[in-house]
Design a protein. Structure first.
Length: 179
């Protein structure tokens, strides 16, 4: 199985994501208790061509990404009360675990495979670096959604940089932002 530059196997879990109502405290505690870091904070993260249950959407969020070993962790802070996959899960079972990220080199084919397997598309969007992501409702079989992440070279480079920052990290500069 091919391995991505940040050490995780292609077409398998590359990220575990959590919803929080206090991203600063969550970063601090996850660093203190789980040694995740440094964190890369993306305030008012931009989602383009955003759909939620097949309809145009415009909810807003802030997120943070950090690694321990080759695994990346994501914290998601909804910034409004609008309906979203984050608010759905929060209403169902509270804050905490939300989804697994899975790398997809052939994004369109992977989305078709999930849909053909009977998994409902919950959200779809593109991000500033041009990659796409789609959430599928896989709550029943794997206890969370699966986010297919289009693994373009720009995404792999970003995730590799975040991974490399965690290797031998001495705890300094625990929260970083990118220009």
């Amino acid at each position: 199985m091919p391995v991505l530059d940040f050490g995780q196997p292609m077409n398998s879990i590359i990220q575990t994501a959590f919803v929080t109502d206090d991203i600063q405290q969550s970063m601090e505690k996850m660093t203190e208790l789980l040694n995740i870091g440094p964190w890369f904070l993306f305030e008012n993260f931009k989602l383009h061509n955003l759909t939620y249950h097949g309809e145009p959407a415009d909810f807003e969020l802030t997120l943070a990404l950090g690694n321990v070993g080759h695994m990346q962790y994501e914290l998601i802070l909804p910034l409004d009360a609008k309906a979203s996959p984050y608010r759905d899960v929060e209403a169902q079972r509270g804050l905490g675990f939300h989804h697994y990220g899975v790398a997809a080199m052939d994004f369109d084919s992977a989305c078709r495979e999930y849909a053909a397997a009977g998994y409902r598309e919950v959200m779809s969007a593109a991000v500033d670096i041009g990659a796409r992501a789609t959430y599928f409702d896989t709550m029943n079989p794997v206890f969370g959604m699966i986010e297919l992440i289009e693994m373009r070279p720009e995404v792999e480079a970003l995730w590799t940089m975040i991974y490399q920052a965690s290797v031998g990290w001495d705890g300094s500069d625990p929260v970083r932002t990118l220009a």
